[in-house]
Design a protein around this ligand. Structure first.
Ligand code: ACO
Length: 448
């Protein structure tokens, strides 16, 4: 099997969104806190007729339809999500409706859950399956689906929602360099969902930021070791054309790239220029712990990394800044942003990915891109994704409406015996939505 990887991808973003600057005003936050401080522009959210199941039904149907894939050609379906609707029944089983209709129930895989990492676990399962002896020659399909909502307070502007579907198989345009993977997993309470009666997480924002950066360092170091072992030379950021991060909010991505730059400085990578070296030299004696706390280091490394950030990171930031944190889908929405912005010049290039899920689980891995063959060519993928149109056709709502929706969803969470408004006016044709939940908690969806 040659070139196993991502053959096709599609994204669904719910149409309702709230502008971060209007949310700043509504929340009484200082001007610029969400837009410059967190680096976010806009946030999508599910209305009361949508959830992670309806969004994934929509995106899977859309991908299969647009690429003309017969559902019988799917041999494995894996879902990554951290939005709990049912503690036993997987989201994957809801998606089986699409496959059962065509007589295909021979589909392996279930859901993977650990904060924002579930999508990566699902993706690895599919890629490993295609690379393994149990592969039966059919495609794998990965779905990342989440609705990120937070209780009132500082974390609320870092929400978002989306569903992404990725078709996995050989001869792909986006190929896994499976040998180079660096992982770090550990037991931490930085962000978790212990209250089963609430959709909201318990979050220690500052701790989670530090955990993310520590995980990044460890994954990068392990990734570099693997690369060096197989290639016989040092890996550095000059070997990555793009670095795509899990993006809870853009400011953390800015800090993360600066952190990688600092790593290359401490590893004596030859590509770092003299001027940058001199600016970072004062921080070379800091202990690891001190370096995570140093605001001066953060500022200095962001400054020297700025020109490379614009080149290697900025193209991945469009969807995460516009849609918000999509949890499992965030990193793949960032990847889609690169495909959207750079599809005509990506062939031959390497994209390094950093996936992080609180609690914590994290992996750095690598993708190599080629032009691909129709319908799985980069240009066709970008055309089908149609990112600009998806973003432009959203409906901006007032913060009051956003807060009202979240209040309603708090009541609906874990509830039974209710009928939704059925208001599908905002939804594009072909979108699935929730009509009611019966007295046995069974959920019913229809397609617009
Ligand atoms: N203009 C410009 N910048 C401003 C302004 C302003 N008016 N006001 C504040 N800022 C800056 C701050 O200086 C800070 O930037 P810095 O980190 O570069 O210093 C930034 O805005 C955020 O301000 P804080 O006061 O640090 O924000 P707060 O503590 O209120 O909340 C946080 C931020 C912790 C990220 C919160 O939104 C949160 O908990 N989010 C969820 C947790 C999360 O996303 N974790 C990340 C990894 S895990 C995951 O994906 C869930």
């Amino acid at each position: 099997r040659k070139d196993v990887g991502i053959l096709a991808v599609d994204i669904y973003v719910p149409p309702a969104c709230v502008q971060q600057d209007s949310l700043e005003t509504y929340d009484g936050a200082s001007k610029g806190k969400y837009t410059i401080g967190l680096g976010q522009d806009c946030m999508s959210f599910c209305s009361e007729v949508e959830d992670v199941i309806s969004m994934s039904l929509t995106v899977v149907t859309s991908l299969l339809g647009k690429y003309k894939i017969d559902p019988r050609q799917i041999g494995r379906l894996e879902v990554g999500s951290e939005t709990v609707i049912d503690k036993s029944k997987s989201i994957k089983t809801f998606l089986m409706q699409i496959f059962e209709e065509c007589g295909n129930t021979d589909v392996e895989g279930v859901d993977s859950t650990n904060a924002c990492y579930g999508g990566t676990a699902a993706l690895f399962n599919c890629v490993n399956w295609v690379e393994s002896n149990s592969w039966d020659g059919r495609y794998g399909l990965v779905v990342c689906t989440d609705s990120a909502v937070y209780a009132e307070g500082p974390a609320r502007p870092t929400g978002g929602a989306a569903s992404i579907a990725m078709l996995i198989g050989p001869n792909a345009p986006i190929v896994f360099e499976s040998k180079y993977r660096g992982t770090h997993m550990s037991h931490v309470y930085d962000f978790y969902k212990p209250d089963l009666a609430s959709e909201y997480p318990v979050v220690d924002g500052k701790l989670s930021q530090t955990c993310y950066l520590m995980a990044l360092d460890l994954c990068y170091s392990r990734f570099c070791s693997k690369f060096e072992k197989y290639e016989g030379r040092q890996f550095s950021l000059s070997d990555a054309d793009y670095v795509v991060f899990h993006s809870p909010y853009n400011k953390l991505v800015q800090k993360s790239f600066a952190r990688l730059y600092f790593n290359d400085f401490t590893r004596n990578c030859s590509w770092i220029e003299k001027e940058a070296r001199e600016k970072l030299e004062p921080f070379s004696s800091l202990s690891a712990d001190e370096s995570y706390q140093s605001r001066d280091l953060e500022k200095a490394s962001q400054l020297v990394a700025k020109h490379l950030y614009d080149q290697k990171i900025q193209p991945s930031t469009l969807l995460p800044k516009q849609v918000g944190n999509m949890y499992t889908a965030s990193i793949y929405a960032a990847l889609i942003s690169v495909l959207h912005n750079k599809h005509s010049s990506l062939a031959g290039q390497r994209i390094v990915m950093f996936s992080y899920g609180s609690g914590l689980t994290s992996t750095m891995f690598s993708l190599k891109v080629n032009d691909g063959q129709h319908p799985f060519s980069l240009s066709n993928i970008a055309a089908i994704l149609d990112v600009s149109h998806k973003l432009e056709s959203r409906h901006v709502v007032a913060p009051e409406k956003f807060v009202e929706t979240l209040k309603l969803m708090e009541h609906r969470y874990g509830a039974k015996d209710f009928v939704t408004s059925g208001d599908a006016d905002l939804l594009p044709p072909g979108t699935f939505y929730l009509t009611h939940v019966d007295s046995l908690y069974r959920r019913f969806y229809v397609r617009k």
